[in-house]
Structure formats: structure tokens, C-alpha cells
Design a protein around this ligand. Structure first.
Ligand SMILES: Nc1ncnc2c1ncn2[C@@H]1O[C@H](COP(=O)(O)OP(=O)(O)OP(=O)(O)O)[C@@H](O)[C@H]1O
Ligand SMILES: [Mg+2]
Length: 231
């Protein structure tokens, strides 16, 4: 579902990613970990085509993003749900309208919009908060709205860059457990984080980036601050 082949990203200076090879299968759940500056956000941005690689190829759902014309990028974004640390909700819009936004942009009729938004809100247990505004919600609730917005169009891939960066430990765990349940329904979920607690609680695939290189990649892994590179 996600594939990087010999990907290097150079912003000028030391490359942010160096010859990265990675494959994440359909329906897989994986963490991308590593210290600040390791290249996690850069890798995520390549996947949603916010950036392009200096060399190498990036594939999402079999599509080579290098070959994607600029006007086709919105098509990619419809197949990818994205979740961010700072939620990126529209502050003057209700929860319902935030989640409905992409469906309306796609021209989905209002009856269908209502149905799909309610369904996405119920996945994140916020079906009763549709009329609220983002600043009336807790951080964890705002991130759940962010997740509802990301899944409302049924994308095969969900990318989350530091989704729990602004949340307390208990709420962080709830958020990643929610993402794990979404993955169980067949969605590929890829989460970047430097939160050792959530990674160690879930024991899923852990891909460790350091200085722009993948230094370990293990199933049922934990986040060790100094990974044993021989594993
Ligand atoms: N737009 C940019 N222009 C120039 N350099 C950049 C840009 N974005 C990132 N970098 C550099 O690339 C390297 C990797 O940054 P990146 O943001 O991908 O790391 P990260 O692992 O997400 O870190 P953090 O955990 O702090 O979010 C850093 O050295 C950073 O300074
Ligand atoms: Mg980052």
C-alpha cells in the first residue's frame, strides 16, 4: 500500500532522508519513530505529496507519486486520510461541518453527507457533538474530530504525524487504540511519533528512523531510545 524505493530527500545540507526503502502492506498498522530531526515528518510529507523526493520513488496504493501530475494531487489526497498534531480544524465551523468539508468539496449530496458524517462521528464516539465548535472540545475530542474527518471518505490509507503530540498520556493511548480499531477494519494506518509510552503499549510494527536512515524495523516492537541495531 505504501512503498519507498531508494528515497533520498535533500533540502540542502545534510539530507533529511537517505536511501530509504520501506514497504507497508494493505491493512497494516505501523509506527514511525525516532528522535527530533530524524526525518519522520519529511517521510510523511512525501507520502501525501506535500514534498517530492530528491531521488527514488514513492508509491501509495500502487500509484507512483513521481509520475503524478500536479492537478492529480487532489485525487491522491482523497485516497489518503491525514491527521496532524495540531488537529487543523476550521475554528469557525461546527464539528459536523469540519467533517463534512471534504464530502461537500467532492459534490456529495447533503443527505449522503449527513449519513456519512454521522457514521464517522460515531466511530470516534462524538455523534452527540456535531453542533459544537472546536474550541468547545477537549484536545482529545478535537483529535477525534480530526480522525472522523480523515476517515469520512473511507480512504484506504491513514497517515498521522505526531497525532498525540499535544495530548496527555491517557488520552494519547485512547487515540492510538482508536486508530488501531480503524486499522482492524482494513485501513492501512501509519503513525509517526516520539511517544515511547503508546508505542510500547501497543507492540505493533516499529520502524526506527535516525539521521534520515531506517536503523531498525521490527514487528511487535517496542520503542527503545537506543535500539539494538543488530536485532
Ligand atoms: N522544509 C524544510 N526545509 C529545510 N529543511 C527541512 C525542512 N523540513 C525539514 N527539514 C530538515 O530535515 C530534517 C528532518 O526534519 P523532520 O521535520 O522530517 O524531522 P522529524 O523526525 O519530523 O522531527 P520532529 O520529531 O522534531 O518532528 C531536519 O534536519 C530538518 O531541519
Ligand atoms: Mg516531525
Amino acid at each position: 500500500m505504501i512503498r519507498l524505493q531508494n528515497v533520498t530527500k535533500d533540502y540542502g545540507g545534510r539530507p533529511a532522508l537517505i536511501n530509504v526503502n520501506l514497504h507497508i502492506a494493505l491493512g497494516e498498522f505501523a509506527f514511525l519513530v525516532g528522535p527530533s530531526g530524524a526525518g519522520k515528518s519529511t517521510l510523511m510529507r512525501l507520502l501525501y505529496r506535500e514534498e517530492t523526493p530528491t531521488s527514488g520513488s514513492v508509491f501509495v496504493g500502487g500509484v507512483n507519486l513521481n509520475r503524478l501530475h500536479k492537478r492529480q494531487v487532489p485525487l491522491l489526497r482523497r485516497r489518503l486520510g491525514t491527521i496532524f498534531q495540531d488537529y487543523k480544524l476550521l475554528p469557525r465551523q461546527t464539528v459536523f461541518n469540519n467533517v463534512a468539508y471534504i464530502l461537500r468539496a467532492l459534490g456529495v449530496d447533503e443527505k449522503e453527507v449527513a449519513k456519512r458524517v454521522q457514521s464517522a462521528l460515531s466511530v470516534v464516539s462524538l455523534e452527540h457533538k456535531g453542533d459544537a465548535y472546536p474550541d468547545e472540545l477537549s484536545g482529545g475530542e478535537q483529535q477525534r474530530v480530526g480522525i472522523a474527518r480523515a476517515i469520512v471518505n473511507g480512504p484506504p490509507v491513514l497517515l498521522a504525524d505526531e497525532p498525540t503530540g499535544n495530548l496527555d498520556p491517557a488520552t494519547s493511548l485512547e487515540i492510538v487504540q482508536l486508530l488501531e480499531r480503524i486499522a482492524e477494519r482494513g485501513t492501512t494506518v501509519f503513525i509517526s511519533t516520539h511517544d515511547t509510552t503508546i508505542v510500547n503499549a501497543l507492540r505493533r510494527r516499529v520502524i526506527y528512523l535516525k539521521g534520515g536512515e531506517i536503523v531498525s524495523d521490527v514487528d511487535s516492537g517496542v520503542y527503545e531510545l537506543e535500539p539494538n541495531l543488530n536485532v
